[in-house]
Design a protein around this ligand. Structure first.
Ligand code: PRP
Ligand code: URA
Length: 211
């Protein structure tokens, strides 16, 4: 599965340090949220290396010269709830990004995600779309989110997570082979309840203190 050419594991000492904070069962909500934000900044800086630029002219105090802007507007789409924790980090790097929202919740028995909210800019075809969710477990939520966005016109959306499981990567490889995945960690496997091992537990509950 690591042979999946669209899977990008972002290797950075600060990612390793901050994921250790997230994994620690003794990390409280405040520290958990700030570690998620710091990792999100690093992920955003790294993945944005791949977006297209457009040349523009800019007038310096001395003369006109060539400059650049991003070719497309960016839409960051957190998968509720846990994806919300990644938004501020992305906005620090991409302050003029628009934010869409997709509400999905996994049924604890079947692990099938149920949609409860969906709001994005209408013209996704003209945007670079980046889905953010800290956890890629079975891949059901990510796959559903990507399908919703493609139905709204998104072309080659990017999926970004903090912890990915091999099972989720396989699912996206089959169902969304066009999608580039960026992850901060690749973990071993899922347990029989669909939790990532070693993982960090329930990201939504730890972010929002609903344990
Ligand atoms: C978590 C997580 C992902 C999903 C991953 O959300 O944030 O969206 O599970 O699991 P999957 O890959 O097997 O679909 P959850 O459904 O627990 O909702 P929450 O963020 O509101 O806690
Ligand atoms: N969702 C989470 O929040 N954690 C997991 O380990 C799997 C799905």
């Amino acid at each position: 599965m690591t042979d999946y050419k669209n899977f990008n594991l972002i290797d950075h000492p600060l990612i390793k340090k901050n994921i250790t904070i997230l994994r620690d069962v003794n990390t409280d909500g405040e520290k958990f949220r700030s570690a998620v934000s710091r990792i999100s900044v690093i992920l955003a800086v790294d993945l944005i290396k791949n977006v297209k630029l457009k040349e523009i002219m800019v007038e310096s105090p001395l003369e006109k010269t060539k400059g650049y802007k991003l070719a497309n507007d960016i839409v960051v789409v957190p998968v509720l709830r846990a994806g919300l924790g990644m938004v501020n980090g992305f906005l620090q790097v991409l302050p003029d990004a628009k934010i869409g929202h997709i509400g999905l919740e996994r049924d604890e028995e079947t692990l099938i995600p149920k949609e409860y909210y969906f709001k994005t800019p209408g013209n996704l075809k003209e945007h670079s779309v980046i889905v953010v969710d800290p956890m890629l477990a079975t891949g059901g939520s990510a796959s559903a989110a990507l399908s919703f966005l493609k139905n709204r016109g998104a072309i080659k959306p990017i999926f970004t997570c903090i912890v990915a499981a091999p099972e989720g990567i396989e699912k996206l490889k089959e169902e969304h082979p066009d999608v580039n995945i960026f992850a901060a960690a690749l973990d071993r496997e899922l347990n029989d309840k669909g939790y990532i091992l070693p993982g960090l537990g329930d990201a939504g509950d730890r972010t929002f203190g609903t344990l």
